[in-house]
Design a protein around this ligand. Structure first.
Ligand SMILES: [Zn+2]
Length: 263
């Protein structure tokens, strides 16, 4: 696929944010509806994390891609409208963040169709990109994406460059090591441990160096309740500053990258 990035940029970088909020937990287990502490942390992502993220992106004049479950769009309509109003891309992230591998075909269809309807109602636009909840995706999911005319997916790890699924769907790959959740999120009873923010920034920058050498596209994945904490938002700021100092890069939304690599 095309990798001669615009304006002679060495690398294309996409900053992506999964705005799961409460849907991430309710989709995992309906019993979370009474777990107020967990739900309050999810909500914090919307009320405190998201504004910090948006102001950091505005400061650097960078447009990002936000993957939003339909339920989140319905519950936090104004916040999601604001993301779109500031020029960022909104992608599909299911309806109730149900993992595809645990859902029936009918449930998967409902997740896609209700998710799209909620986004259209909120921002007045049909998403062209999809990211599966928890990056679990089945052959049925791919069939549904084709049926509903999606341009790209961002859930798989089969390469570290954009690639094609079949001959019509673009994959913009991801990886757990570049996702803030496994490094910086902690859930009681799950055996997680926090990584020091500096160590995580180092991981991000090492992957940037590699992408820069190979002139490839690179996707970073974040969650507002994780990266939007007071002491962590600086990581995005520093990542962008470091990248800009080291090279000419093209910061681009996933929609922009998907359009470019097939142009
Ligand atoms: Zn998610």
């Amino acid at each position: 696929m095309r990798a001669d990035w615009p304006n002679n940029a060495r690398t294309a970088i996409s900053l992506t944010f999964d705005v799961d909020a409460e849907s991430g937990w309710l989709g995992e287990d309906p019993a979370y509806k009474d777990r107020l502490s967990t739900l309050s942390e999810a909500r914090y992502g919307i009320t405190r994390g998201l504004p910090r993220i948006l102001s950091t992106l505005a400061k650097h004049d960078i447009k990002a891609t936000f993957y939003v479950p339909g339920y989140t769009a319905e519950l936090h309509r104004d916040a999601i409208k604001r993301i779109a109003a500031e020029g960022h891309e909104i992608g599909h992230h299911g309806y109730l963040h149900l993992r595809s591998d645990g859902a029936t075909e009918a449930q998967q269809r409902e997740e896609i169709e209700r998710g799209t309807a909620a986004l259209v109602q909120t921002i007045g636009q049909t998403p062209i990109g999809y990211r599966s909840p928890s990056w679990e995706l089945t052959p049925i999911t791919l069939q549904l994406l084709r049926e509903h005319g999606f341009t790209y997916d961002s859930s798989l790890m089969g390469d570290d460059r954009p690639y094609l699924l079949g001959n019509d769907l673009i994959e913009l790959p991801v990886h757990w090591s570049l996702d803030d959740w496994p490094h910086l999120h902690w859930k009681p009873g799950r055996g997680d441990a926090f990584t020091a923010p500096e160590a995580f920034l180092d991981t991000w920058l090492k992957e940037f160096e590699s992408a820069h050498q190979e002139r490839r596209h690179l996707t970073y994945t974040m969650h507002p309740e994780v990266i939007g904490r007071g002491h962590r938002i600086a990581l995005i700021d520093r990542l962008i500053d470091e990248i800009k100092q080291r090279a000419d890069v093209w910061f681009a939304t996933h929609a922009d990258v998907a359009a470019f690599v097939t142009s």
